[in-house]
Design a binder for this molecule. Structure first.
Ligand code: DC
Length: 220
């Protein structure tokens, strides 16, 4: 089995913040795969591409060179695109633009390359089911909608983006629906994944649930 930690789950369940800390504690590289689909969406909107232009979107996805620097911040073709890729406009469109098979193939290929190069934690929707079904550790994170919306508003605020809780809640529910019901790589709990409901958990608790399990296996 590959030394890969796969963390999947619904939008806003706390995957990114948890993943960042777990990866730092364990010395794993951290790949936020949602940021890759957000970048594709941002670039497509800049170019005025529609979601049904799937061949063009596939080519665009192939032209994006993703790197994650020492702080695990995403760079694309040498540029930092945060916080543009977190804007409400991109959030509203990403679940549509990420669907074409041409887009997914191009992005999954890069995820596999990045993951094979060193011990890596990848977080997303299809890591344990499609990208790395052989991952040694798999987790599936959930939380109730209100908790998720509250957390997302705070995260965005910290990044300098104002948004209302209602608007965020609506966006999260729409994305859950699209991510779960799409034809290609729908969001599912992978076989053997450990489910973590983070609604009543603190960040420290979430982090230690994952780190403890991985450390226990690495000590053997
Ligand atoms: O993790 P996030 O909320 O930033 O992800 C944004 C969108 O990208 C999400 O709504 C669905 C898509 N996504 C995906 O299809 N597959 C992944 N592995 C990660 C994200």
């Amino acid at each position: 089995m590959l030394p890969i930690i796969a963390i999947d789950g619904i939008s806003g369940a706390g995957k990114s913040s948890t993943a960042k800390r777990v990866a730092a504690e364990l010395g794993f590289c951290h790949i936020d795969t949602g940021a890759m689909y957000r970048t594709l969406t941002w670039a497509a909107l800049q170019k005025g591409l529609r979601p049904d232009q799937t061949a063009e979107l596939g080519k665009l996805a192939q032209s994006l060179r993703f790197e994650f620097n020492e702080e695990n911040r995403i760079r694309v073709n040498g540029e930092e695109l945060d916080p543009h890729i977190r804007s409400p406009e991109v959030s509203a469109q990403v679940s549509t633009y990420c669907q074409p098979i041409e887009v997914r193939q191009a992005i999954v290929e890069q995820q596999r390359k990045l993951g094979h190069s060193r011990p890596t934690l990848l977080e997303g929707r299809d890591i344990g089911t499609v990208v790395f079904p052989d991952a040694r550790w798999k987790f599936y994170m959930t939380a109730n909608p209100e908790t998720r919306a509250k957390r997302r508003v705070l995260e965005l605020k910290a990044a300098g983006i104002e948004a209302s809780e209602d608007e965020i809640l609506q966006n999260l529910l729409e994305r859950d629906e699209k991510d779960t019901n799409r034809a290609n790589s729908p969001l599912r709990k992978a076989d053997g994944a450990v489910e973590i409901d983070t609604s009543g958990l603190t960040m420290d608790e979430q982090v230690s649930m994952i780190s403890r399990l991985v450390r226990r296996d690495l000590a053997v």
